[in-house]
Every structure is written in structure tokens, then in C-alpha cells.
Design a protein. Structure first.
Lengths: 351, 351
DNA sequence: CGGTTTTCTCAAACCGCTTTGAGGCTGACG
DNA sequence: CGTCAGCCTCAAAGCGGTTTGAGAAAACCG
């Protein structure tokens, strides 16, 4: 493997000039630079990361923590982000190293990774309310970007979607179709996004003048069985009048809801409207559900390029508070939503 | 952050002595070593990885390629291995960096990663017959370990299970229960493990004197729908006499088979015996299937610690041909296998 | 044409650690 | 007491880059 010195002797230049030429410094002449670059590609020169890091203090490696549950499984959505992010970072000459963690202390794995003394920064995900990680990393002076929005106006770099709007848009659509009894199967309550969605849901329902009785906002793991179980409970009518529409946190949840409705002999959207938020995970096709699923659509994957770029900018000294993006999910109306069933226009009684 | 030099000046020693004391070299006296270690902990010394790497020529980072399919999804089993492997490597002071690839050239992504000049070695997985990767990496002098066994007696380090025995054990169990019409839903034919399993299956059937007509060895993606579709085809009886037992490549496939059998009103194990190979993926509980699934059991995860250790040993100069392990899957008999149904003991006609 | 900028290039220091080769000190032995 | 191991320690040379301060060459100026 060719080194700077190889190039410099080859060309009769000093290593300093070669280094500058390659790194785009202005002091080096155009002709010299061209010669150097030609020689570099010809000799197959690749900077040695360790040497670069030693000299600059930067490694070109960033980290991410995989949170494992007790059963050793990880969040399915994590891997979609992981793979895309890896590719986006690689395109920007950054490598991503993983670390897995099963513990309860949210910052300990970050601390351990920092001790390995390899990382330039972190990508965080799945923020929770009052997440301790940003404070910890800022105190250590470690750059990071957050996937997801924990609070209004954080002072760090993040990419998120407007989770209040996700539910508000869905409620607005359903209300315009005459629905009054709308229930929500939210994500796991401990995550910030779920908190935001519930707020958006309740606010939009209030705007429409609709009640949300206790028990018709549920939460749980983003799985088919969560949707099935919860929908069965609601639609059996034992908990009071059936909802005429159900909002689902994810498309697998919606699959469960659809199955429950089918099992109960309900037609869609005749008897029940279903709408879900769609993270656009690979291998799940809401458009091919039966009926085709109406969704708010915001591919998780879309966050990766912005996050990668933010992290690069941050590492290059950009002020993190400037590196913030909030996307809005798009509403895609398909066949799973329709007008409220005749005779079911009555809202729930306010408790 | 304290450096070696800080310690050396603090103690009036040279950096060389301090380095040796800390790294356990025999030339340094016990008293000196104790003093150095005390000072190191007192000053909070941490060796600078980059400097160590620059000096030793090793980075402490190994790589792995994630193969993405056209739909951007990755093999589910990959992530189970990935997380466990990451943890096992970290325990041995190695970091794992990923690279994603969607191309057709099997070695190109490895080449690209090598160009980044960051890696000490690779972990490969999912070998195919005549896999070109080992040859490529050996030619480059890059250490690697393989998860899975591509051939009899390769000359590189690998960890695998005896895939012939997986099917042979299953066939032997079923034959002992009187089954004669045994079908196989194998994994994707392009992988080496599937080839081995089919060989094991056919060999064991031959030993039992049982025929395997065309069409009763299928293959496909390791999914529930593969199992459902294939089982439906076989069990409907349109393709000839039903099999009385079905071997499945994975537990999700078995789930599909169970569903198909239920849909057709078949009882298990009364009308049909089912057995699967169980990779022990998190979140899948064959013991809780209905009926509880008989399996050959070999957690993919079990490969990770041996692989990590092999890679460490290899990096430390152990001859790779010595670093080979073949595990044997355990047979766990549960409720999905039983005696052949009365009147169904007749084998298929040899074609 | 001499003097001053500007432009380009270089040698050398440095990052923090490992490793080599040499030398000083100790004690045992003759 | 002189000598020779053996034990300990040291200075110094890398590892492969980046960065500084200075000098040489070229361009500009009056």
C-alpha cells in the first residue's frame, strides 16, 4: 500500500507538499496538484486512518448503540435505518461501528464506547422524554446527531418528523369522512414519538369536538399481534360502542387490526376505517394489504442521508443547533378509509 | 488525558520502560511495574488507540458485509448474528464495522472496504458453493473467518454445523416412526448449507430405502409464506399421494406448513408430522407452536463466540486451517412428530 | 535593474505508542 | 578483586500522516 512518502519520492516532492496537494490546500500550485493526484491514483494511495487520526485527532469512525430487549431481539425498524445509514455514512467517508447493549443505564454504553477511544461521534435514535444522552454527550464534548425529535426546540442536531401532525392529519381525514369514534393504537409509551402522537391525536380530536374516552388510546409493541389483540377487544363491543375508525402506530399493527376485523366479519371500509403510520419498512407493502391501507407515509430511511450530512457538518464545526430538520409525513389515501357507517355517526359520550 | 510520557516524567522513567511495564514485558522489574501501574491508574491513563494502531499496524477493527436484496431488506437471520457477534468481538477488544452492498459482484464490497485501509480482517457469512471470497481475501493476505461451511475441508477458518446430519437426523427420526413419504422444504438453493442439507436428506432416505420422487424436494426463501404455499400444494394431494411428514428449513417455514395443514383440516401429528431446523432466532418460539414443534436445534448465535475467538487467534498468527469447528445440531422431539398414520405407510413409487 | 511581494515548496516537529539495540547496574563466581 | 552474566533501563527510530516556520523561486513594482 502506497504512502505519502512513496508519492513524494516518486515525484521528487516533499511529503508536506503531497499532503497539501491531496487535501486541497490553497498553497499548492495547480500543476503540482494535478501531478500529485495522478500519482496518487496511479499508485493506489490510501491515507492510513490510524496515522491520520493520530495527527488530526479524528478517526473517521462514528458509533451507534443497538438496544437489545430481554429476548435478545432488536427493534426491527432499527436495522432498516442501520443499513441505510451505513451506506450514507460510507458515501461521506465515515465508518459506522455498532455496540450492543442490554443494560438499563442509557448512557453507560456510550461511555464504554468512548473509552475505546475510536469514535468521532455518535448517531442516537429512539429518543425518550427527558433523554439523558444528549446532556451526557454534550458534557463530554462528543458530537452527535439524533434520529427523532425528543422535544420542541432541542439545542442539538436532529432529524425528525412532525409526529403531532401525523395523528392530526389522520384525525382530520377521518373527521371529514364523518367519523366520530376514533381510537388510537399508539407506539410504546416510553418513546417521545408516541407521546407526541398522542398529543397530536388528542389535540386534533378536541379541534373536531370529539371525545376520547379512557381506554380508546392504547399502546404497545409495534407488532401484528398488538393490533390484533387490541382491535379484537374494541371491535367485539364489550368495551362499549365500537370505534368506527382506528389509527395505528405502524403498518404491522394495522395488519393485526385488519385480521381482527375480518375475523369478526366486519367489512372495510364499510364497517371500519383503518389508517396507519407507515415507516416504509422493506418487505411490508401497505398498498397490497386487503384493503389497501391508507397511511401517513414517512420512510424512516429518508432520515439517513440528512443525518449523515448533519453529522459530517457537525464534525466539521457547524453549530449543532443549526442542524435540525423536521419533515412532515405525507397522507396517502387508499381503500381502508371511507365514510362513517350509516347510523354510527354518534360520538362517544364524554365521560 | 494522561499519556505514557506523563507517567514517565512523573516517575522519572523512560516511556519505553513504562510501555513495557504496562504491557507485561518480562524485562521490567516487579517493583518498577507496580509503581508504573499505580501511577497509571492514579493519572487515569488510557492508551491512545490510534497511536497503538499506528505503531503496531493493527486497527482493532474488523468488517462484515451486509448483503441487501433488491427490496432493500436484509436477511433477518443476519441481524441476530450481527448483534451477538458485535458483542463477542467487543469483549475481545475488536470493533465491527459494517458495509452494505446490493451489487452482484461478491468480492467488490470487500475490495472497497479494504481500500478504506481500516480493517484488520473480515467475518464472512452465507457461503455459496465455490465461494470466490476466500480466495480473494487469501490472495490479499487479509485474515477472515467464515460463518458456515462451504465445502468439506476448506483451508480457512470457519464455524459451521453439520448440515448433512441436520436432515439425516430428521429423516432417521421420521423413518423410525414409520414414515415413508417424507418431503423437504429446503433453504434457497444457491447457498451451500441448502446443498448440504439436500445431500444429507437424500443420503438418509437412501439408507432407509425410501424414494424421493421429483417435486418433493422444494426450496425457497425462509418465510412463512414459502411453507404455506408449498405445503398447500403437496397436502392437497394434487401432486400425487400426500407426504406424511415434512422437513422444513426454518421455523417460519414450519409455521406456514402448520397453517396450511390446519386450513386443510389435517391434525398433527395424527395426519402429518412436521420437523424443522431451528436457528433459534429471537422472537420465535417453536416450543409454543401448535403443536409444539420438533426441531433440530442449533442457535446461529452460538457461532459468534467461536468466530470471534477464531478471528482473534487468526489475527495473532494462528494458522487458519487449525481454526475450524463443526457443531452438530441437537434433536428436540416435541409434539409435531408422531407415528405414521395408519394406512399411509406405503412409500412413494420410485419413478 | 534592485527591491518587495506573492507563490510555491521544503525540512522538521509532532501526534502517542512500540520496539530495537545499547548501555549501566547488580550480584555471583572464579 | 576482576570479570561476566543477567537484569533493568534508556535513548532513539520508526509507524504515516498533518502542520508550522522558513526559504527559494517567480512575479510584481517603481
Amino acid at each position: 500500500m502506497a504512502t505519502l512518502k512513496d508519492i513524494s519520492t516518486e515525484l521528487g516532492l516533499s511529503v508536506a507538499t503531497v499532503s497539501r496537494a491531496l487535501n486541497g490546500f490553497p498553497e499548492v500550485g495547480a500543476r503540482t496538484r494535478a501531478r500529485v493526484q495522478e500519482a496518487a491514483t496511479r499508485l493506489g494511495y490510501r491515507p492510513n486512518r490510524s496515522a491520520q487520526r493520530l495527527a488530526t485527532g479524528r478517526s473517521g469512525v462514528v458509533g451507534m448503540i443497538v438496544k437489545l430487549r430481554a429476548d435478545m431481539s432488536a427493534d426491527q425498524t432499527f436495522f432498516d435505518v442501520l443499513t441505510t445509514l451505513t451506506a450514507e455514512l460510507a458515501a461521506r467517508d465515515l465508518d459506522l461501528v455498532l455496540s450492543v447493549d442490554q443494560g438499563n443505564d442509557p448512557v453507560a454504553p456510550y461511555e464504554r464506547m468512548l473509552e475505546r477511544d475510536l469514535l468521532d461521534g455518535f448517531v442516537l435514535n429512539a429518543p425518550v422524554p427527558n433523554d439523558p444522552r444528549p446532556g451526557f454527550l454534550r458534557a463530554r464534548g462528543v458530537p452527535f446527531v439524533m434520529h427523532g425529535q425528543a422535544h420542541a426546540a432541542p439545542d442539538y442536531a436532529f432529524f425528525g418528523i412532525d409526529n403531532r401532525a401525523v395523528c392530526a392529519d389522520a384525525v382530520e381525514l377521518l373527521a371529514s369522512l364523518g367519523h366520530a369514534r376514533i381510537a388510537l393504537i399508539n407506539g410504546e409509551a416510553r418513546f417521545a414519538f408516541a407521546e407526541d402522537r398522542e398529543q397530536g391525536f388528542r389535540a386534533a380530536m378536541a379541534v373536531e369536538g370529539l371525545a376520547v374516552p379512557d381506554g380508546f388510546v392504547a399502546g404497545g409493541a409495534p407488532t401484528e399481534s398488538t393490533g390484533y389483540t387490541q382491535a379484537l377487544a374494541w371491535l367485539s363491543g364489550r368495551a362499549g360502542p365500537r370505534p368506527t375508525a382506528i389509527l395505528c402506530a405502524t403498518t404491522p399493527v394495522a395488519q393485526g387490526v385488519l385480521r381482527a376485523a375480518r375475523d369478526l366479519g366486519l367489512s372495510m371500509p364499510g364497517d371500519l376505517s383503518v389508517i396507519a403510520h407507515d415507516d416504509a419498512l422493506p418487505g411490508i407493502r401497505p398498498a397490497h394489504f386487503n384493503p389497501a391501507l391508507t397511511v401517513t407515509h414517512a420512510p424512516l430511511r429518508d432520515a439517513c442521508a440528512p443525518l449523515a450530512q448533519m453529522l459530517v457538518d457537525h464534525l466539521n464545526g457547524a453549530p449543532p443547533a443549526r442542524l435540525q430538520t423536521v419533515n412532515r409525513a405525507g397522507l396517502i389515501v387508499r381503500a381502508s378509509t371511507g365514510p362513517v357507517p350509516k347510523g354510527e355517526e354518534r360520538p362517544w359520550q364524554t365521560p
